[in-house]
Design a binder for this molecule. Structure first.
Ligand code: HEC
Length: 146
C-alpha cells in the first residue's frame, strides 16, 4: 500500500517533468507588446529593426568576433530551444554554450533586464516567425525539455 503510493508520486513527478510549460509566450499580446518595445530599445541596434542582423553575419572580424546574426527565419535563433535563448540573453553566449573563453560582441542582460523582460523580448522575436518556423522551434523546445 505504502509502496504503491510512492510509486504513484514518482510517476506524477515524472509526468510533471515531461511536460514543462513553454517559456516563451508569443501568443500573449501584452507580453509581445512589451517585448517589441524592449527589442527596439535594446536589441535592434545590432540585430536590426526588422530582425535582419548585420551584413556578412557568418564571418568573424579581425578580432574573431561574429557580427550580430539575424533573428528572422534566415538566422539560427529558431534552432535553439526556449531555455537556451533565455540563457544566451541573460548569462551570455560563453556561459550558455559552455565555452568560458568565447569572445563575443553579444552583451549579457543579467542585472539589466528582469527575467520577465527577457521572456517578453524573446516572445516578440518568436511572434515574428512564420508559422512553420515557429512550429519547428516548438519541437526543438519539446525535445530539449523532455
Ligand atoms: C552590441 C550588439 C548586440 C546587442 C545590443 C544585442 N546582441 Fe544579441 N548577439 C550579438 C552578436 C554579435 C551575436 C552573435 C554571438 C556570437 O556567437 O558570438 C548575438 C547573438 C544573439 C543570440 C544567439 C542567436 C543564435 O542564433 O545563436 C540571441 C538569442 C541574442 N543575441 C539575443 C539578443 C537580444 C534578445 C538582445 C536585446 C535584449 C540582443 N541580443 C542584443 C550582438 C548583440
Amino acid at each position: 500500500m505504502r509502496l504503491g503510493g510512492l510509486a504513484l508520486l514518482a510517476a506524477l513527478a515524472g509526468c510533471e517533468k515531461a511536460a514543462p510549460p513553454a517559456l516563451l509566450r508569443p501568443d500573449d499580446p501584452q507580453v509581445v507588446a512589451q517585448g517589441a518595445a524592449i527589442y527596439a530599445a535594446r536589441c535592434a541596434s545590432c540585430h536590426g529593426a526588422r530582425l535582419e542582423g548585420q551584413p556578412n553575419w557568418r564571418e568573424r572580424d579581425a578580432s574573431g568576433r561574429l557580427p550580430a546574426p539575424p533573428h528572422d527565419a534566415s538566422g539560427h535563433t529558431w534552432h535553439h530551444p526556449d531555455q537556451v535563448l533565455f540563457d544566451i540573453t541573460k548569462y551570455g553566449v560563453a556561459q550558455a554554450a559552455h565555452l568560458p573563453d568565447y569572445v563575443t560582441a553579444m552583451p549579457k542582460y543579467e542585472g539589466v533586464l528582469a527575467d520577465a523582460e527577457i521572456v517578453a523580448v524573446l516572445s516578440w522575436i518568436k511572434a515574428q516567425w512564420p508559422a512553420k518556423i515557429r512550429a519547428q522551434q516548438d519541437e526543438v523546445t519539446r525535445q530539449h525539455t523532455k
